[in-house]
Design a protein around this ligand. Structure first.
Ligand SMILES: Cc1ncc(COP(=O)(O)O)c(C=O)c1O
Length: 433
């Protein structure tokens, strides 16, 4: 259980504040010392149920024994292989596996070390292959913090303010965020005015289609608060891409590796993106990412894109073990089943509460949007913080999302009893607001 910060934790936080950059958001005043499965412990030995998975990373649970064993064995072999200059069989094996499980066929893989690098890779690749420079991205999206990915992101001003000039050529349009539809339509009753806006307004006024390389999208907006688009939105987007010769680029950094209930969230919506960005849950907690594209797209010349740590052998070994674990233990299926259970549970218990505006989700990505008033839908960041901090005190770790959402993203190894226990805490905290 959580509680007041202990002496050891306070000391770490004090030292951190002296030497670590002030730019980390650090929404949880908590020090993590150890993790196992769905639990985390602080230096005082207090146990927390983790509904964050290290921000959608520990899909197979913290320090998963199979992943740890694979990393240890690989560490005895070799720690580093310069992917820029040498070949390595583990990287090949992992790329072969990724080609099999990602939507599409005959793809090639570029390995990165993080989500933002996967997005940078996709951005460069789309420009290189199309010889076009401009992109469409979405409001309320998050793609990372390096230049192209920061430019593509469209959520919090603090992520972009004073970093300009950003990368030229990116236009933001509204996502199918039905709870806050800017076209004032109702979910399930609209004619996808958001898609029409792209084709009939943006492409006919300020953005010539023959200058556009691609559209970047998250199949479910992650940091934006687990915003799930309605059926038909992503298919419609794919049609716009086909009609106009744009690449459809899916950022599956947060939605990948079983979290949605399938390997990738795109598979729920019947689309096959041209380029896919991966990271987070790919390697069970080790730093790794990948950009995936058809071999006719990823055929840039040697030297045009590379990275010293690309395809690090420890991370590749961890990824192979993690993917095998997801398959062997039915974690996709567990995410789908418990995701349905969690949505039902929260809709039955808290949806009626006066501070709860929306409950939505796909697999083990559930968003609860808090508002000041159900009618005006005014965001309620104060309650958002209250819920995260009060839950933490009761031993449950939750994620912030969007302007005032709570994100629920436990490791996919969670049992129904553990999940229900965490949901009960959240229910109690929200009812006590
Ligand atoms: C959808 C998405 N893309 C990209 C990123 C950036 O990943 P990283 O923090 O590994 O650079 C994130 C991180 O939250 C993300 O959620």
């Amino acid at each position: 259980m959580g509680g007041k910060l202990g002496k050891k934790s306070r000391a770490v936080i004090r030292r951190d504040k002296r030497v670590i950059s002030t730019s980390y958001a650090r929404g949880h005043p908590m020090v993590i010392e150890r993790g196992e499965g769905v639990n985390i412990w602080d230096p005082e030995g207090r146990k927390y149920l983790d509904f964050t998975s290290g921000i959608a990373v520990a899909n197979v649970g913290h320090s998963n024994p199979d992943v740890v064993e694979a990393v240890k064995a690989q560490a005895d072999n070799i720690l580093h292989n310069a992917g820029t200059d040498f070949y390595n069989e583990l990287g090949v094996e992992l790329a072969e596996k990724l080609v099999r499980i990602t939507p599409g066929r005959n793809q090639r893989i570029f390995f990165t070390n993080s989500g933002t690098e996967s997005v940078e890779c996709a951005f460069k690749l789309a420009r290189w292959r199309s010889r076009k420079t401009r992109f469409i991205s979405f409001i309320n999206s998050f793609h990372g913090r390096t230049y192209a990915s920061m430019t593509l992101s469209g959520s919090k001003p603090v992520q972009r303010d004073h970093f300009g000039p950003l990368v030229p050529g990116v236009i933001h349009v509204p996502y199918a965020y039905c709870y806050r539809c800017p076209f004032e339509q109702r979910a399930g009753e609209c004619s996808f005015e958001c898609l029409d806006y792209i084709e009939k307004t943006i492409l006919k006024t300020v953005l010539p289609p023959d200058e556009v390389a691609g559209i970047f999208m998250e199949p479910v907006q992650g940091e934006g608060g687990y915003v799930v688009p309605p059926r038909g939105f992503l298919k419609g987007l794919q049609k716009i891409c086909k009609r106009n010769d744009f690449f459809l680029i899916a950022d599956e950094v947060q939605t990948g590796f079983g979290r949605s209930g399938k390997w990738f969230a795109s598979q729920h919506f019947g689309i096959k993106p041209d380029i896919i960005c991966l990271a987070k849950g790919i390697a069970g907690g080790m730093p790794l990412g990948a950009c995936v594209a058809h071999k006719n797209i990823m055929r840039w010349p040697p030297g045009s894109h590379a990275s010293t740590f690309s395809g690090n052998p420890l991370s590749c070994a961890a990824a192979l073990a993690s993917i095998k674990y997801i398959e062997k233990h039915g974690l996709k299926e567990n995410a789908a089943k418990l995701g349905r259970f969690g949505l039902r549970y929260l809709r039955d218990t808290i949806e009626e509460c006066k501070h709860v505006g929306d409950v939505r989700g796909l697999g083990l990505m559930i968003g609860v949007e808090l508002v000041k008033d159900k009618r005006t839908k005014e965001p309620n960041p104060e309650d958002q913080e209250r819920v995260v901090l009060k839950s933490m005190k009761k031993g449950l770790l939750l994620l912030y999302g969007g302007k005032s959402s709570i994100r629920i993203a436990p490791p996919l190894v969670i049992t129904k009893e553990e999940f229900e226990h965490g949901l009960e805490i959240l229910d109690e905290v929200i009812k006590g607001l």
